[in-house]
Design a protein around this ligand. Structure first.
Ligand code: ADP
Ligand code: ADP
Ligand code: MG
Length: 654
């Protein structure tokens, strides 16, 4: 076994690898960018090496810097995690040329599977069923269009270099083909620098079922059963499970045999996944599955496989890379119970699952596994850490295992309901709703399920009076903690022994709510809500739902739903963007896309001053007051949460 390894990744997967390395007595070296200087994976590793600025192109994608860090720290091997350089054969060459071991397959295996068209041709030769379609070299529009007609609509255009659901277009009708082709090509060119495509039959009632495979350097290859990843939004997985619901012995046999055949065809070593698309329109049939692609790395959802097979796949990776044989034979790999993984992301389900950013002021996972289940929380963040616009906005993976699917699903919902995140928009309520969807619960899943139920799955009910009362009580009871730099937090603390009623102003969406909180002699509180258009409702509150106070806000947790109220600062003439004391601050980290005013300009309240781009959204930042601009952020500047974007001259009219 290695004495020391370097982990060329960040976030939860870096932490995950470190845990297993430690278990095996292997020392670890982390790498980090500017944004990650104080992150969890750096804290957990034995050593850490700074490799550059926050953008991935200057840090986590810099193979040269990573290899230099490995050599300088005396590491013998490099674990790539997933994403970043994990499927880059040139990086594998760089690592091995430096005399280090790449913990993963050979560069040749990665190259064989790297392009979807070439991989399909290879699999076809090996006798693995592939999705019907065109995966040839010629790319003339006329040819592709006629192939599409031959295949039969609907078809799916895919970038051959594609990944992460990019460069993919479903086309319903021949009239739309050429336009869809151009847009798929544009996206593919921008994302992968390669605009070649393949055209596939769009499979009816498609289910994404993939098989975990593992090979060693002695020619052995095994499978560790399947995972169902049909719960997808934007062609991306959100809840995965093992085994696949409704799996039949015949289909399992056919799929796992095909997967092992695929792995052996490229002398595969290490962890890999063969992704298949299954036509479930007539139930699960052994002749209705086709190879889609191979991911030559550890998959995000590998924990569900570990849970049902009682394995540690990262341990297998390290052992195989160190030259050991596979720890188990095929006969020794058994499937027990059922496991789910839910990916908790900073994203806004109601706004088309737009990625979000923010500081996780409050982060609490369930204290214990739900009864009858085991649970794993895989995360790379702690309370107080920031989800930045630079990297994947995944906060955690919540993984549960129980004796059967129904028990595991109940445990998943319970664990989601006990998860509390405040400070960023999160998808916990969406995941909880999805896990509770009748079709999902029945195991009747396909990749269109989320789309069909989208409205119901993303709907969040308005907060009830009890919730509002709890928010008001949380604010007045404890007071909003004040930090010197924060323009929101001037509310003073409020002690239990006050006998006078306190009035609090809360904002939920566009609505402003006034609440009067009166302590009563028996230790209870009475909250009167003076909601516009509403009668005054008094609520006696003794036990409160959990609530978290964070700068300028309070979040009340009702099961998986977090209701966030803004607590406007009564002293500042502040507006949404967080103005105050003559300056305007960035409400979230982002990029200054466009600046529409200059120092010295006289501007009036409401006038757009600049556009801030955070993740994929543009936010117009308007003047909170009339005034003269003393200073304004530069176009192209990358700003963090709270950075001053605009400073007004002191003699500005108030
Ligand atoms: P990526 O490299 O982006 O993961 P995949 O080829 O794995 O690309 O496809 C991503 C997703 O798109 C799949 O999980 C599946 O939901 C859907 N998909 C892919 N091919 C087809 C197809 N031929 N018919 C229907 N859905 C498909
Ligand atoms: P899988 O196919 O393993 O389920 P996905 O394709 O859904 O995984 O997600 C893999 C993607 O995760 C990568 O393509 C990348 O966009 C993103 N990613 C890369 N590195 C990280 C990381 N350290 N943490 C979270 N996400 C990452
Ligand atoms: Mg895929």
């Amino acid at each position: 076994m290695f004495g020391k390894i370097l982990i060329a990744n960040r976030g939860e997967i870096a932490c995950r690898v470190i845990r297993t390395a430690r278990k095996l007595g292997v020392r670890t070296v982390a790498v980090y960018s500017d944004a990650d200087a104080r992150s969890l994976h750096v804290e957990m590793a034995d050593e850490a090496v700074h490799i550059g600025p926050s953008p991935v192109g200057e840090s986590y994608l810099r193979g040269d810097k990573i290899v230099a860090a490995a050599l300088a720290s005396g590491a013998q091997a490099v674990h790539p995690g997933y994403g970043f350089l994990s499927e880059n054969p040139d990086f594998v060459d760089q690592v091995t040329a430096a005399g280090l071991v790449f913990i993963g397959p050979s560069a040749a295996s990665i190259r064989a599977m790297g392009l979807k068209d070439a991989a399909k041709r290879l699999m076809e030769k090996a006798g693995v069923p592939v999705v019907p379609g065109y995966h040839g070299e010629a790319q003339e529009i006329v040819l592709l269009a006629s192939k599409a007609r031959e295949i039969g609509y609907p078809v799916l255009i895919k970038a051959r270099a594609g990944g992460g659901g990019k460069g993919m277009r479903r086309v319903e009708h021949p009239d739309d083909f050429s336009e869809a082709l151009s847009s798929a090509r544009r996206e593919a060119k921008a994302a992968f620098g390669d605009d070649r495509v393949l055209v596939e039959k769009y499979v009816e009632k498609p289910r994404h079922i993939e098989v975990q495979v593992f090979g060693d350097n002695f020619g052995n290859a095994v499978h560790l059963y399947e995972r169902d990843c049909s719960a997808q939004r934007r062609h991306q997985k959100v809840i995965e499970e093992a085994a696949a619901p409704g799996m039949t012995p015949a289909l399992r046999k056919a799929m796992t045999e095909a997967a092992v055949k695929a792995a052996k065809a490229i002398s595969y070593s290490g962890a890999g996944t063969i992704e298949f698309i299954v036509d479930a329109s007539q139930g699960l049939k052994a002749d209705r599955f086709w190879f889609m692609e191979m991911n030559t790395r550890l998959q995000v959802e590998h924990p569900v496989t570990e849970m049902v097979t009682g394995t540690d796949l990262v341990e297998w990776q390290l052992r195989v890379a160190a030259g050991e044989k596979l720890p188990r034979t095929q006969q020794e790999i058994e499937l027990v119970g059922h496991a789910f993984e839910a990916r908790i992301y900073a994203e806004d389900a109601a706004k088309g699952f737009l990625p979000a950013t923010g500081t996780l002021h409050h982060l609490k996972f369930p204290d214990a596994a739900p009864e009858g289940a085991t649970m794993r929380i895989e995360t790379g963040v702690r309370a107080g850490d920031t989800i930045s616009p630079y990297y994947d906005p995944m906060i955690a993976k919540l993984v549960v295992h129980a004796k059967d699917r129904a028990a595991a699903l109940t445990a998943l919902r319970k664990a989601l309901a006990e998860t509390e995140v405040a400070g960023s928009t999160v998808n916990t309520a969406f995941l909880w709703a999805l896990a509770g969807n009748a079709d999902f619960a029945a195991g009747d899943v396909d990749t269109g399920l989320i789309g069909r139920h989208q409205e119901a799955l993303v709907a969040v009910p308005s907060p009830g009076d009890e919730t509002i009362a709890a928010a008001a009580l949380a604010v007045t009871d404890a007071g909003v903690p004040a930090t010197a730099t924060d323009p929101w937090s001037a509310l003073s603390g409020y002690a239990h022994f006050h006998t006078l009623a306190r009035r609090t102003r809360l904002r939920y969406g566009d609505e402003t709510i006034l609440a009067r909180v009166s302590p009563r002699p028996d230790g209870r509180f009475q909250v009167a809500l003076e909601v516009p258009h509403d009668a005054v409702n008094a609520h006696d509150l003794r036990t409160m739902p959990p609530a978290a106070l964070w700068p300028g806000h309070v979040t009340v947790f009702e099961g998986a739903i977090g209701y966030t109220f803004a607590v406007p600062d009564p002293l500042a003439k502040a507006d949404e963007a967080g103005a105050g004391s003559g300056s305007l601050r960035a409400p979230m980290p982002g990029l200054v896309k466009l600046v529409r005013a200059a120092a010295g300009d006289a501007v009036s309240k409401g006038q757009p001053l600049l556009i801030l781009e955070a993740m994929k959204m543009e936010h117009t930042i308007a003047a909170p007051q009339d005034g003269i601009i003393a200073e304004i952020a530069a176009e192209g500047a990358q700003v963090s949460d709270g950075t001053v974007l605009v400073r007004f001259a002191e003699d500005s009219p108030a």
